[in-house]
Ligand binder design. Structure first.
Ligand code: GUN
Length: 292
């Protein structure tokens, strides 16, 4: 069993982007600038956004963090995005999800200029991804793809089972694994909360991507020998032994599933780190494309 180590791969990706960024700077070109908007103070969102801003600093990007009160009206967020859309110095815009109930995520995602859509959530980006055209890939699926590539995991002709059909992970990773490229060329089954025979389907999988957000959901009896397991779950579970009061749990019962796998991602230290590395890559590409 080989661990797909997010620490190693994300560091390699970030080091490469850092190197390319210093070359940009040395050539007198524009420094990439990521603007992040955080509405409210949800603990997990705070952590993710802080990691994204810290990665910008490590790589040498400019970053702007805009914090908005959880009770703001939608119009306030719209105005903030319109300002960032119009700001030539800003290359990438990220609005951390989820948003408070009074704000339409759909409206907000649609408003971000596609050239600055480093999360790859805009319908224009999604449409291009579906057609296999160059675009910003959503960060978590892109991170998974980079990880499979780094470890040269064979995907061609494999049966990939994706559990979860969210716009952020399940649906886009199903499309990327199915593309005519490497990693890709999988036969993909997308399972969800109404799939009746999930265990039987998972037992046929060469590759399983668990992205449903239920800690420990994928158990050893659902996984065939030598499967590749990618765990996208990052749920906070109360844990009195931790200083923070919680532990991060994946969707996979790691202890029992790992011995059966050819490759598996740990949680923490797996896909989560790759999401940030992918976002950094998208921000670099946004800057270069915009300032040709
Ligand atoms: N919430 C959970 N994952 C993501 C992500 O990749 N981007 C943003 N903006 N919000 C998220």
């Amino acid at each position: 069993m080989q661990i797909l180590d997010g620490k190693i791969v994300s560091q390699a990706v970030k080091d490469a982007v850092k190197e390319k960024t210093s070359l940009l700077k040395a050539a007198g070109k524009k420094t990439p600038h990521l603007a992040a908007i955080l509405v409210g103070s949800d603990g997990a969102s705070e952590t993710y956004v802080a990691s994204k801003v810290k990665s910008c600093e490590e790589i040498g990007y400019t970053s702007t963090l805009i914090r908005l009160d959880p009770n703001i009206e939608e119009a306030v967020l719209i105005e903030a995005i319109e300002k960032l859309n119009a700001d030539d110095d800003v290359d990438g815009i990220l609005v951390q999800l989820p948003l408070p109930k009074q704000i339409s995520e759909e409206k907000i995602i649609n408003l971000i200029h596609p050239d600055k859509d480093v999360d790859g959530f805009h319908p224009m980006s999604v449409g291009k991804m579906v057609q296999g055209l160059p675009t910003f890939l959503p960060a978590t699926p892109y991170g998974i793809i980079m990880m499979l590539e780094h470890y040269k995991v064979e995907t061609k002709g494999k049966h990939a089972v994706v559990i979860g059909r969210s716009n952020i992970v399940g649906r886009p990773i199903s499309i990327l694994l199915n593309r005519n490229s490497y990693p890709g060329n999988c036969t993909v089954t997308v399972c969800h909360s109404h799939t009746p025979n999930l265990k039987e389907i998972c037992l046929q999988a060469d590759i399983i991507v668990a992205a449903l957000g239920r800690p420990g959901f994928l158990t050893a009896d659902m996984v065939k020998e030598n499967a590749v397991v990618v765990d996208v779950g990052i749920t906070r579970v109360a844990d009195a032994t931790k200083k923070s009061g919680f532990a991060i749990k994946g969707d996979v019962d790691y202890v029992n599933v790992a011995p059966k796998c050819s490759f598996i991602t740990p949680v923490p230290g797996g896909v989560g780190l790759m999401t940030i590395a992918a976002l950094m890559m998208n921000t670099y590409n946004a800057c270069v494309a915009k300032n040709k």
